[in-house]
Design a protein around this ligand. Structure first.
Ligand SMILES: [Zn+2]
Length: 109
């Protein structure tokens, strides 16, 4: 996990506690204390994939790992609220987008 230090207010935080703002396909990291711009993170897709959940039967695993072992659980989480649900929705969305792209590719031939 990446650690960050705010250059403006000196607050220390990491990838998971940082404040994230969506900017198109990318994620902006801002200081959770003062809102100072820190930099760009991974794409929303990657961020969700590497996000470790801390509750439930898959506690301690990343969403990517859960997706690989029990895709239905991602769909279940996506119906909830908050950050985790949003990431799960992204995971499902990106999956659908990839599938649609593959289908589109096939149709073109
Ligand atoms: Zn700050």
């Amino acid at each position: 996990m990446k650690n960050y230090k705010c250059q403006k207010c000196d607050a220390s935080f990491n990838e998971q506690t940082a404040e994230h703002q969506e900017a198109g396909k990318h994620i902006k990291i801002v200081c959770p204390v003062c809102g100072f711009y820190i930099g760009f993170a991974q794409t929303a897709d990657e961020l969700g994939k590497n996000y470790v959940i801390e509750f439930g039967k898959h506690s301690g695993k990343t969403l990517g790992e859960i997706e690989a072992s029990e895709p239905g659980y991602i769909a279940f989480l996506a119906r909830g609220r908050g950050k985790v649900a949003r990431y799960c929705q992204k995971r499902l969305e990106s999956k659908n987008t990839n599938r649609n792209r593959q289908l589109a590719g096939k149709n073109q031939k």
